[in-house]
Design a protein around this ligand. Structure first.
Ligand SMILES: *Cc1c(COP(=O)(O)O)cnc(C)c1O
Length: 357
C-alpha cells in the first residue's frame, strides 16, 4: 500500500473560498473588471496566438510593458504565474532544503505554507502589539537567527499597515540575509523600493497583477531584482511558466497607464468609503443575531484596498463573519481579525446594510 509521506500528512492545505456569494470581499481582488473595457484588443490579441506553440519563455513584450509601467529596466524583471509562483520558485528552487526562512506575524499566509511544502525551517518573528514593525529589533533578531531569506509584505496583508521606506532601506542594508519585499499592494501607497533594486545585492521586490490591476484571473506576477539574482531566478524557474494568453492580455493592460491610474483612484475611493462605513462602529456593539453582539476593537485606516478589523477574540470575529455569510457576503477571517476588501459602491452599500449602520 502506498503511504503518503509525513510532510503531506501534516500539511494544512490552503483552503481558498469556493462557491458563489452575492458579495465577495474576501480575496482583495479589484471590483473593476478590465476584461470589459479591453475586450476588442484582447480578442484581437488572442486571434494571433499560435496555440500549437510554446509561449515566449522570456516574456519579452510583457516585461517591456511592465518595465514602462514601473520605470524599471525589463532585464531586471522576471514574470511568473502569479506572484505565488515566484514565491514557490524562491522558496522551492532558489533556496536550499532546510534553509531557514524568517517571516513576521501576522503576514501573508502563503509564505508559511510554501515553507512547509518546500521543507524550509520557518521562523516567525513577532510584530509589536499594535502590529507595526520595530525595524531595529527585527534586524537584530534576523542577524541572530541568520535565515537564508526574510520575506514580508509591504503594505502588509492582512493589517494594511505600511512600513516607511526608510525603515525598509535600513532593513535591506543591515539585515544579513536575502530580503524578499512583497509589494502586492504598493500601488495604493508610496513607499516602494522597486526602483532601488540595483542598489542592493540582497533585495527582491515582488509585484502582482491580481490586486490593483484587476487581473487575478490571469495569474500574473513579477520579481524585480539586480541582474545577478534575476539571472539565477531565470535559471531555476520552469521555462514556460507564463502562458501565451496571460502574456498577451497582460501586455495589453500593463501598457495602459491611464487605466491603472484611474483604477487606483477608484479603488482608493471605495477603500476610504469602506473605512468611513466601518470606523463609527469602533467600540460599538454590532448586533449579529437576536441575542449576540460583537465589538470591533480596532480599525486600521487603510493604505490598501482593504480594511482590517480587530476583535476581542476569535469567537466574536467568527460571529460577525457568520452573520455576513448568512447574507451571502464573504470576508476573510484570520483568528480574531477580519479583513474586508473594498467593494464597488453597491457592494459597500450591501455590507453597510448587512451591518445595519
Ligand atoms: C494577493 C497576494 C499575493 C498573490 O498574488 P498572485 O499574483 O495572485 O499569486 C502575494 N502577496 C500578497 C501579500 C498578496 O496579498
Amino acid at each position: 500500500m502506498y503511504n503518503l509521506n509525513d510532510k503531506i500528512k501534516k500539511l494544512t492545505p490552503y483552503d481558498p473560498v469556493a462557491g458563489t456569494y452575492k458579495v465577495r470581499l474576501d480575496a482583495n481582488e479589484s471590483f473593476i473588471n478590465p476584461g470589459k473595457s479591453f475586450e476588442d484588443k484582447i480578442k484581437k490579441a488572442i486571434e494571433t496566438i499560435n496555440f500549437n506553440r510554446y509561449p515566449d519563455p522570456t516574456c519579452e513584450k510583457l516585461r517591456n510593458a511592465f518595465g514602462k509601467a514601473y520605470s524599471i529596466k525589463p532585464e531586471l524583471v522576471v514574470a511568473g504565474n502569479g506572484s505565488d509562483e515566484i514565491i514557490t520558485i524562491l522558496l522551492g528552487a532558489f533556496l536550499q532544503i532546510g534553509d531557514k526562512v524568517a517571516t513576521v506575524a501576522p503576514d501573508f499566509s502563503m509564505y508559511g505554507f510554501y515553507c512547509e511544502t518546500y521543507e524550509k525551517e520557518h521562523i516567525t518573528l513577532a510584530k509589536k502589539d499594535d502590529l507595526t514593525i520595530d525595524v531595529d529589533s527585527l534586524i537584530c533578531e534576523i542577524n541572530k537567527i541568520k535565515p537564508a531569506a526574510f520575506i514580508f509584505s509591504n503594505p502588509c496583508s492582512p493589517t494594511s499597515i505600511v512600513l516607511p521606506k526608510e525603515d525598509v532601506v535600513k532593513l535591506v542594508k543591515e539585515a544579513e540575509t536575502l530580503v524578499v519585499l512583497d509589494e502586492a499592494y504598493m500601488e495604493f501607497s508610496n513607499q516602494s523600493l522597486i526602483n532601488d533594486v540595483e542598489s542592493y545585492d540582497n533585495l527582491i521586490v515582488l509585484k502582482t497583477c491580481s490586486k490593483a490591476w484587476g487581473l487575478a484571473a490571469l495569474r500574473l506576477g513579477f520579481a524585480i531584482s539586480n541582474k545577478k539574482i534575476i539571472n539565477a531566478l531565470n535559471a531555476v524557474r520552469s521555462p514556460y511558466n507564463v502562458n501565451s494568453i496571460t502574456q498577451a492580455i497582460g501586455t495589453i493592460i500593463l501598457s495602459d497607464l491611464e487605466y491603472i491610474e484611474d483604477a487606483k483612484k477608484q479603488i482608493l475611493m471605495q477603500s476610504n468609503e469602506l473605512y468611513e462605513i466601518l470606523s463609527p462602529l469602533k467600540n460599538q456593539y454590532i448586533i449579529v443575531d437576536d441575542e449576540k453582539s460583537v465589538e470591533i476593537l480596532e480599525i486600521e485606516k487603510p493604505d490598501t484596498n482593504f480594511v482590517f478589523l480587530k476583535f476581542k477574540n476569535n469567537e466574536e470575529a467568527k460571529l460577525l463573519y457568520n452573520a455576513l455569510l448568512k447574507k451571502s457576503i464573504i470576508v476573510r477571517i484570520l483568528g480574531n481579525y477580519i479583513r474586508i476588501t473594498a467593494g464597488s459602491k453597491a457592494e459597500n452599500q450591501q455590507l453597510k446594510d448587512a451591518l445595519k449602520v
